[in-house]
Design a protein around this ligand. Structure first.
Ligand code: PGA
Length: 256
């Protein structure tokens, strides 16, 4: 069991994967499992399957989140967007924001992501904000500058009180979906940097901030990563599409 007062959070990011049949079998397998105490477990399906996932997991302790959200808080003429209120209406409590795939393929900037974090917080959703550097940025010695400026954009926008309700996910882009995981030491270094930057705004907020690691976390490397002092959980992509693998990571989270 963790000695930290921070909750352990294991969140599955299904990305743009799934079908009604797949959602049914995955949620059935998860609903049938006995989950350990002490781990906040979240799954983030594509929004079009949100209601099906919420129904499939009803009666379990598993929470549901979205992978993205519109930045505008009010309903209205915003074709194609899904609002924070709509996500809540169908049972979501979390939302992943600023994933590197959104930054890279959909042009989301630090400023835009920070605005979305504010919209999510104002609506009462818990944002999971992703930050992380590319391999080229790491090799150029720019890892800290990149990651910390991504965190700072959010902190500046939502302030200490907002950060108290925000989860940060460090996801080195070179480790996402590649099978190459950051070593526990590499990940801990960045998590420590993030926490120490947050502590410059507020010690208590920094000490309480849940910082997840994401990037090829699997059952066989989860325990080592989650054992690091500043790693408070995981954001799991590929392995969250298999119930056994995801649940094994949740179990690993219960042991830290
Ligand atoms: P991965 O993805 O676990 O497949 O590397 C993590 C993520 O992108 O959130």
């Amino acid at each position: 069991m963790s000695t930290s007062t921070r909750p352990v959070v294991i969140a599955g990011n299904w990305k743009m994967n799934g079908s009604q049949a797949m959602v049914q079998s995955l949620t059935q397998a998860m609903a049938a499992a006995t989950l350990p105490d002490g781990v906040v477990t979240v799954v983030c399906p594509p929004s079009v399957y949100m209601s099906q996932v919420v129904d499939g997991l009803r009666g379990t302790t598993i929470h549901v989140g979205a992978q993205n959200m519109g930045v505008i808080p009010e309903s209205g003429a915003y074709t194609g967007e899904i609002s924070a209120a709509m996500l809540q209406d169908v049972g979501a409590h979390y939302v992943i924001l600023g994933h590197s795939e959104r930054r890279e393929y959909y042009g989301e900037t630090d400023e835009f992501i920070a605005d979305k974090v504010k919209t999510a917080l104002d609506a009462g959703l818990t944002p999971i904000v992703c930050v992380g550097e590319t391999l080229a940025q790491r090799e150029a010695g720019d890892m800290a500058t990149i990651v910390l400026s991504q965190v700072e954009a959010v902190t500046n926008k939502v302030g200490v009180e907002g950060m108290k309700r925000t989860i940060v996910a460090y996801e080195p882009i070179w480790a996402i979906g590649t099978g190459v995981t950051a070593t526990p030491e590499q990940a801990q270094e960045v998590h420590g940097l993030i926490r120490s930057q947050l502590s410059q705004s507020d010690e208590e907020m920094a000490a309480g901030c849940v910082i997840l690691y994401g990037g090829s976390m699997k059952p066989d490397n989860a325990a080592d990563l989650l054992g690091q002092p500043d790693i408070d959980g995981g954001l799991i992509g590929g392995a969250s599409l298999e119930a056994d693998a995801f649940l094994a990571i949740v179990d690993a989270g219960a042991k830290i």
